[in-house]
Design a protein around this ligand. Structure first.
Ligand code: SF4
Ligand code: SF4
Length: 188
């Protein structure tokens, strides 16, 4: 039965590049955000991000470890005529792993019900939910992206814990705000 598992093949339906609800919008690491901003500038598009996970040190400096990429409707990188992502090679982990969804910090993997391939392969999805070890067989590239995102997330979490940074929700209390990789480069 396991041998019959099909391999995921994108159907180019566009459901993963159109957004209405904020919780479905991609989460990105700070360096992914900056790359996206650079790529958008080349296309003359402007992007919006919201800090999603922020920590504060003892001096009141805040560090952003994750952003929510706010996309209303179609992603500005989506080519609606060709049904393709215009930044395929540079897209963030959240897009590379789709239709896998990675829950942080647990590392739990889920399948997006928005994806046409998942909807057309309900039996496979059920099989995978019973045996998550089969996920890499069906989604090898997507699993690799999810694994790499989790490694990055875990290494940030480890740094935050080692430095004793505390979660913060009200950014008005921050003396300064910077991205986690910039903070690490500055303070080690
Ligand atoms: S970056 Fe590409 S894959 Fe990701 S939402 Fe935009 S168009 Fe879709
Ligand atoms: S929702 Fe699924 S099938 Fe549709 S374009 Fe995205 S990955 Fe491909």
């Amino acid at each position: 039965m396991v041998r019959q598992l099909p391999r995921f093949k994108c159907l180019y339906c566009d459901h993963c590049c159109y957004f209405e609800k904020e919780y479905e919008m991609p989460t990105v690491f700070p360096w992914e955000k900056r790359l996206l901003e650079e790529l958008a500038e080349n296309l003359g598009a402007s992007l919006e991000f919201k800090p999603l996970q922020v920590y504060m040190d003892n001096d009141g400096s805040c560090v952003v470890t994750l952003y929510r990429w706010i996309i209303q409707g179609y992603c500005p990188f989506y080519d609606r005529e060709k049904h393709r992502c215009r930044i395929h090679r540079d897209k963030p982990y959240a897009c590379k792993m789709y239709p896998l969804l990675l829950e942080m910090p647990s590392g739990k993997l889920m399948l997006s019900g928005k994806c046409d391939w998942v909807a057309n392969n309900k039996r496979v999805a059920e099989q995978l939910s019973r045996n998550v070890n089969l996920i890499p067989r069906v989604f090898p590239n997507e699993f690799e992206a999810a694994k790499n995102a989790f490694i990055e997330f875990s290494s940030i979490a480890e740094y935050v814990e080692k430095k004793g940074l505390k979660p913060v929700t009200d950014l008005k209390t921050c003396a300064t705000i910077m991205d986690i990789d910039e903070y690490i480069a500055r303070y080690g």
